[in-house]
Design a binder for this molecule. Structure first.
Ligand SMILES: [Zn+2]
Length: 360
């Protein structure tokens, strides 16, 4: 089982987007240096030359520039503060998604089904093991956007959170067969957190000219909940009609099924995404038992569920796999949209201690 992990820290940044990036880079410098090292090592292990990766990422730059140049300024500030090239930092966001090891489980519920009317979006982040030590909470207040609080890697790589306008972004990886050169998927994530309405968030989640897409779960404080199942060229908007939804790592929309790519891992050639289907149904069953009485405590229990262990909602390392294919839950997060707060723990929620972080 997993060892007990250290508590999550929070860093603040505010000002222009460049200043935000510079402050994050200054405060998270050690983490950034470790991320640079690991990214270079992982490229090497895949026989990819760093310069080639950087030159490949340049094809994505005009799309990112047109879609959300503010985030490019944050990357520039971050790279300057840490002391490495902007081009290398940008290339982190442009590797075609290597999602073999990436699984996540998400649940979102609105006030119709919670004990006190609070709206929640909940996320277990299941990725490569190295991710765990780079997780940090950020509270960012750009001059020209609503402030937000989110989980991130190294401060820069924003993953999931909620903003002052009551918009949240969470979600999970999908493996799609129509990826292309375009807007990197993490730019959509960051832009949703700059949105002031659910409509703006929806447009930001599925931009035209995107390279690929996560399943972006967007919610607002009124309890409007959408799972934006995207691929490179198409999407479907799944609505939480009964006040709740669950999503894992396969397409649910019949319209999107044709974009599901077969995962070609060496250890497992079966196209059946068994663990994703099991986590999805398990999550639904567990949440449906709690409708009407859901609180933060409900999610602490559900996100630590071990059915189909180690490929469970609380994901553990499968020791049978080669090290590079191993993954686990590196953080768990309960976003409270109503009170603009998050509860989060580093590592597996079955052993981690959730701490509360507030936007204000
Ligand atoms: Zn566990």
């Amino acid at each position: 089982m997993t060892e007990k992990t250290s508590a999550l820290k929070i860093v603040d940044a505010k000002g222009s987007h460049y200043e935000v990036g510079y402050q994050l880079g200054t405060k998270c410098k050690d983490m950034a240096i470790s991320m640079i090292k690991e990214n270079r090592e992982s490229l090497k292990a895949s026989n990819i030359n760093l310069e080639k990766a950087i030159s490949h990422s340049k094809k994505y730059l005009p799309y990112a520039e047109e879609f959300f140049p503010q985030f490019l300024d944050e990357i520039r500030g971050y790279a300057d503060a840490v002391g490495f090239k902007f081009e290398e930092a940008f290339s982190w966001f442009c590797s075609e998604p290597i999602q073999g090891a990436r699984r996540c489980t998400d649940i979102a519920v609105n006030g119709d089904v919670t004990a006190d009317g609070t709206v929640y979006a909940v996320h277990n982040e299941d990725v490569e093991l190295e991710g765990e030590k780079h997780v940090i909470v950020v509270r960012i207040k750009p001059d020209d956007e609503p402030g937000f609080i989110a989980l991130s890697y190294g401060g820069l790589w924003v993953n999931s959170g909620v903003n002052a306008a009551g918009i949240s972004l969470s979600g999970n990886a999908l493996t799609q067969n129509d990826t292309r050169i375009g807007i990197p998927q993490d730019f959509a994530v960051r832009k949703v957190l700059a949105s002031k309405t659910i409509g703006d968030a929806m447009k930001a989640a599925i931009p035209e000219n995107r390279a690929s897409s996560y399943n972006n779960i967007i919610c607002d404080e009124n309890g409007e909940i959408y799972s934006m199942e995207g691929s490179g060229t198409d999407f479907d908007a799944l609505y939480a009609e009964e006040g709740y939804l669950v999503h894992t790592n396969h397409y649910l929309s019949p319209k999107m099924a044709k974009y599901e790519a077969v995962f070609q891992a060496k250890h497992d050639k079966t196209p059946l995404r068994a663990d994703s289907i099991i986590r999805y149904n398990r999550g639904l069953r567990l949440i449906e038992k709690e409708l009407g009485k859901i609180t933060v405590e409900t999610f602490k229990k559900i996100m630590a569920d071990h059915v189909n262990h180690p490929w469970s909602i609380c994901r553990h390392i499968d020791e049978r796999l080669p090290p590079k294919d191993r993954s686990k839950t590196v953080f768990s997060e309960i976003i409270d949209l109503t009170h603009r707060a998050i509860w989060a723990c580093r590592g597996n929620p079955c052993v981690g201690q959730y701490a509360k972080f507030e936007l204000k």
